[in-house]
Design a protein. Sequence first.
Length: 134
Amino acid sequence: SPFTFLHVRANWRSVNSLYGWIGTLWYANPWQVPNWRDHLHLLFFLLLCAAAAFLFKKKQYSLALYTLLSIITVLFQGEMVDLFRFGSVIFPALFVLGDLVMRLPRPVQWALLGAVVWFNLFYTRLYALGEWAY
């Protein structure tokens, strides 16, 4: 059916108040059951917020605003499960974070690279097993 997306969308939850929108950050919505993956999404959210603040400090206002507006829209879902997917369109902010990582000691750089490769393989495996929708 061409309208399958409407049936699927009916099962999605979204916030309907300012408290629910902001409460997404500390798992205040009733359907949020935090686990370690949710904490990783929150960490990624905070990293992107830091990138937006850094861009603002560097007087790159348009990119800072773009980054900030892009990540706060995720909060309207009432959970951050899609943050990696939404965060991928904010790749200019990730370039800024990459420049900051280059200033870190070499062992920390290798550790971060290993973590990124591990997360990529982990989520690819989840996708292949059908545990992650996209």
